[in-house]
Design a protein around this ligand. Sequence first.
Ligand code: ADP
Ligand code: MG
Length: 340
Amino acid sequence: MAEQTNAVERASNAPAIEIEGVTHRYDKSTAVLNDVNLSLGTGFFGLLGANGAGKSTLMRIICTLLRPTEGSARVCGYDVVKECHHVREKIGYLPQSFSAWRLHRTEEVVDTLAALSGMTKKKERRQRVAEVLEEVGLTEVADRKVKKLSGGMVRRLGVAQAMVHNPEVLVVDEPTVGLDPEERMRFRQVMTNMGRDRTILLSTHIVADLGSGCSQIALIDDGTVAFQGAPSSLLEQARGQVFEITVPLESSNLVEEKHEIVSRTVQGADVSFRVVVDERGDLTFDASEVEQPSLEEAYLAFMAKRGKLERARQDEEHNAPEAPEPKKSRFGRRNKKQRD
Ligand SMILES: Nc1ncnc2c1ncn2[C@@H]1O[C@H](COP(=O)(O)OP(=O)(O)O)[C@@H](O)[C@H]1O
Ligand SMILES: [Mg+2]
């Protein structure tokens, strides 16, 4: 009977993540999130936004770690405030800064966290740990101590610990910061595979991190959802806004003064600019329209319309892999070699 639907049945029909009118203030004056509404089903979703846009705040609300000032959020039908225990069973979370016990072996870390999450049967747990390490591509280093893993491997270990209780929803906050291009690609692949039968919400300020496996993008700007839809729809919106201008090197300053530059390529004595404009009439040089802009260009065109190109571009440029700060291990020794 419909009236007797219990919590478990209710949850199975509900969207994986549902956010309604969420506003959040850390202090009384500023709303860091402002009336955010989102509804996500199965698949790999990108939460895109410049630094400070509100991505981590929203994720912490979804993961029951922060209570929204206003509005509500549900995970698999469960309210993140009133039914937080159910939500925690359904969700796996990889926070923006993840580190693991450096002197433990990879497999040991996941096994211990699995035991803590309530998997008490040793045999079943062992099997699940092996399965999840396989899923994130760490089987070969299962015996290796965490301190001997590369940055990318530690990030994938973070996914393994978040996934070990087999949650329906996985939330990963900026997982690719500081990774080299190869590890980024690998991470993207792991996310795409996992997104086939569950919900993945991955935040990033780098469009390229979403890749072709991403089915929908929610773009957060200053605490509001500025765009939600398929990557193809963001590309569609960029039509008639991305152009290429080629000028001799000595005239390049003029182009830079007049236009919002997305990228530049020097070709012999000439330089080719990709620029974004609100409309063709704004062009002051001979230009040809870029028929198939990249997703990154579409994002920058979108942000340019909102007067935020500079900020979005800075984020993209600051994306070069960087060595993480040397950390003290919990035993006080310095981590001399930062491998990645
Ligand atoms: N604990 C906090 N107390 C006060 N302000 C915060 C706190 N955490 C984040 N903020 C502010 O909220 C805004 C959004 O931050 P955040 O959600 O971390 O954005 P993002 O993850 O997109 O970079 C920023 O202006 C940030 O300074
Ligand atoms: Mg963040």
